[in-house]
Unconditional design. Structure first.
Lengths: 394, 111
């Protein structure tokens, strides 16, 4: 009986079409002399066969791999030294590709996520606790980091209430605040555990002024709104967003709204599940309410009245809101009297203040010859300062 | 007569191995001979690129055998020394002799 012995070679991964191993084809592609490739691979095959017989297949393969690794620089150097310009170019391109691939692999390794090492809240200014104003279930915002500080994309986090107010915490981290109170919630991801204070402050309504009037150039003012809690009282601890639709007209910063340019815009206040819009009007400072151009719809005049002073200003014909805002919040307005052919009411039947912010606001319809008289009044202040606003109806 | 090529130390060792092995000088045998004599394992690539360089210098010439089953169907490339190779070896021997001349027993300097 004849026993066929298969001679192992690096052509174990032969390409059936060309009869060359992947290794051989790669070496030829990068420009190594084919005769040299043939010699090297032949020697490796011959010695691997011998070593397989004496040391075993595994050790023979390991030797073979070590030889391949050690031989590669010599073969590449030879290709560069004896190859033509095209072969050198090919070699440089191949080395470039390998370099880029290695850099990519290195980068991927460096950036790969490790196991969870730290859990942090995904909210700024949450050192004192995470304020939750929602009535409906809301996901507790957390980030899980590995030990290098990389944020894990889809970490498995288990949540549970550890102590405090009886709030509902689902294993996936949904919090339901049905009562107001503080609770400690424990989050666990792998070996990382973090306890955090959750401040349940459910908000059922936002009460606000329908609009806020500002005068161009005035200092910023507080946004006139407050949130109502479960017991009907104002809630002080709020977390939400305040968005100004047109930041060229007004901007919001640190609970204050600042006039930028004459115009109108909106502020959207969102706290917990509640959201409400508020109109913002920035008035143009004028010297007179007479002879206004058609596009001058929102104007204002400065008011400064010392004890015993009065001011009488002509009003334009038409429908308008006439309002007074004090220079300093909560200061008493002057005595305001409308004279001539003018009729005023406290509203236009459509717009109403839910929470008055102006000390004075009337909707008026005037004919030619109407005027407004402002007097210091008897409020005890040495000087009354503010702005009289005139907002013409369209 | 052309000036004999200057040889590097590994080139000299490879050339001497070819001279020793005679007709049986091919990569695997040369590498084993060098490893046995120098006590160091050389890579197949290092040996063949050196042989290729020596051939390019005209110090060796090679001959390719028929494909052999023991080599997975590949040929063997055997090397023989050319006249220039012989002269280069002699020159290297002379250089070495000249360098060693006058050197007696080498004793280290007392520390």
């Amino acid at each position: 009986m004849t026993k066929t012995v298969r001679i192992p070679s690096l052509e174990d991964s032969n390409d059936a079409t060309h009869g060359r191993s992947v290794t051989e084809r790669l070496l030829r592609i990068v420009g190594v002399d084919p005769a040299l490739v043939d010699c090297v691979l032949g020697d490796l095959a011959e010695e691997r066969a011998e070593r397989s017989a004496t040391q075993g297949a595994v050790l023979a393969w390991l030797w073979c791999i070590e030889q391949a690794v050690r031989s590669t620089p010599h073969l590449l150097l030879s290709a560069y030294r004896y190859g033509g310009p095209a072969a050198r170019l090919r070699l440089c391109a191949a080395l470039g590709v390998v370099g880029i691939a290695l850099a990519g692999i290195g980068t991927a390794i460096a950036l790969r996520d490790g196991p969870p090492a730290r859990i942090i809240t995904a909210l700024a200014n949450s050192e004192a606790g995470i304020v939750v104003n929602n009535i409906n279930p809301v996901q507790l915002p957390l980030h899980v980091l590995d030990k290098r500080g990389h944020r894990l994309k889809s970490p498995r986090v288990h949540f549970e209430r550890a102590s405090g107010a009886p709030i509902s915490v689902s294993p996936s981290g949904e919090i339901t605040c049905r009562v107001a109170g503080d609770a400690i919630v424990r989050a666990t991801s792998g070996a990382a555990t973090q306890e955090m204070k959750v401040l349940c402050r459910p908000v059922i309504d936002i009460r606000e002024s329908s609009w806020i009037d500002l005068v161009a150039g005035d200092p910023p003012r507080e946004l006139p709104f407050y949130a109502v809690g479960l017991n009907g009282e104002a809630v002080d601890e709020l977390r939400g967003t305040i968005l100004v639709t047109d930041s060229t007209v007004a901007t919001y910063d640190g609970n204050m709204i600042r006039a930028r340019n004459v115009g109108r815009t909106h502020v959207l206040i969102k706290v917990g599940d509640q959201a409400t819009p508020m109109s913002v009007v920035v008035h143009e400072l004028v010297q007179s309410f007479e002879s206004l151009r058609p596009n001058q719809s929102d104007v204002a005049r400065r008011v400064r009245l010392a004890m015993g002073d009065t001011l009488r200003w002509a009003l334009p014909p038409g429908a308008f809101w006439l309002k007074y805002i004090p220079q300093r919040a909560s200061e008493t307005p002057p005595t305001i009297t409308l004279e001539g052919n003018v009729g005023c009411s406290s509203g236009d039947g459509v717009r109403t203040y839910r929470m008055p912010v102006e000390e004075y606001g009337k909707y008026c319809v005037a004919k030619s010859g109407a005027s407004v008289l402002l007097a210091h009044g008897a409020n005890g202040l040495p000087v009354v300062e503010g702005s009289l606003l005139l907002q013409r109806a369209p | 007569m052309a000036t004999p090529s200057r040889l590097g130390s590994f080139e000299l060792a490879a050339l001497l191995a070819v001279a020793r092995l005679g007709h049986g000088a091919y990569g695997l045998a040369i590498r084993r001979d060098l490893s046995d004599r120098i006590g160091r394992e050389y890579s197949v690539g290092a040996v063949y690129t050196t042989l290729q360089r020596l051939e390019a210098k005209g110090l060796l010439k090679s001959h390719t055998t028929d494909p052999l089953p023991v080599r997975g169907g590949r040929s063997r490339r055997t090397f023989t020394i050319t006249g220039a190779g012989s002269r280069a070896l002699r020159a290297a021997e002379r250089d070495a002799a000249a360098l060693w001349a006058g050197v007696g027993t080498i004793r280290p300097e007392p520390a």
